[in-house]
Write a protein that binds this ligand. Structure first.
Ligand code: PXP
Length: 237
């Protein structure tokens, strides 16, 4: 049975739109847990456009499930992670001008840096996943880099314009999930998943956890966050 980690970044997006104190992603995270979320994910971006350091510190102290910190492989972020000690870190590529994370990590270009970065986190007792495009070569590189697991980027599957492309992307995710599992890597997936496109990926038994944010927070505007999380938990399981 797969787990759901709810990404609460976009609660903070609304708060930051007015530089206000509400809505608070910490409150949203606690309500998501009450509704059955298995974990909470936040992306502390270098430009702090949504989640703030304060959110991370309070979440670490208050949530009962696992905190997954998404972050870039920058020195500043390593210091934050080693100070906060979330249950796990997912290393993601980050560009200042993107609307959201656009693709998986470029492991070839940053191999040595990522190897050292991953081992520094692991030495600090933090489990490390690498956010990657679903390609077999890249999955194999994650194992050589010493990562605990992968998060397979489902953005291309989710955004595929037609059935044919979507099936091709789904096959890539399925094949990489089974390869990663054979290599003893933990298998997570996320990006662009919603109440409809989750159904097919949720059938891939090797995927242990989904990180889903935007669609849940968007629905919660209408239904409230508990209802929105409950519905996604049911689909993921
Ligand atoms: N996984 C990663 C690595 C991400 O960067 C994001 C977006 O912050 C998500 C999952 C969640 O994506 P979405 O908000 O589209 O559900």
């Amino acid at each position: 049975m797969a787990r759901l980690s709810v990404n609460v970044d976009h609660v903070a997006t609304v708060r930051q739109a007015r530089q206000a104190s509400e809505p608070d992603p910490v409150t949203a995270a606690l309500m998501a847990e009450i509704a059955g979320a298995d974990g909470i994910t936040v992306h502390l971006r270098e430009d702090r456009r949504h989640i703030q350091d304060r959110d991370l510190f309070i979440l670490r102290k208050t949530i009962k499930t696992r905190l997954n910190l998404e972050m870039s492989a920058a020195k500043e972020m390593l210091d934050v992670a080693l100070g906060v000690k979330p249950g796990m870190v997912t290393i993601v590529p980050e560009k200042r001008r993107e609307l959201t994370t656009e693709g998986g990590l470029d492991l070839r270009a940053h191999h040595e840096h990522l190897k050292g970065f991953t081992s520094a986190l692991k030495d600090g007792g933090i489990s490390v996943n690498l956010f990657i495009d679903p390609s077999p070569d890249i999955v194999k590189m994650c194992q050589r880099l010493g990562a605990d697991g992968v998060e397979l980027h489902t953005g291309r599957y989710a955004g595929a314009p037609a059935r044919k492309e979507r099936d091709a992307e789904l096959k890539k995710v399925r094949d990489c999930a089974s390869l990663a599992r054979r290599l003893n890597l933990k298998v997570h997936a996320g990006h662009g998943l919603d109440y409809s496109n989750i159904k097919e990926v949720a059938q891939i038994g090797e995927i242990e956890e989904f990180a889903i944010g935007f669609s849940i927070i968007a629905r919660s505007v209408y239904t409230g966050i508990e209802q929105a999380v409950r519905e996604m938990v049911a689909l993921v399981r």
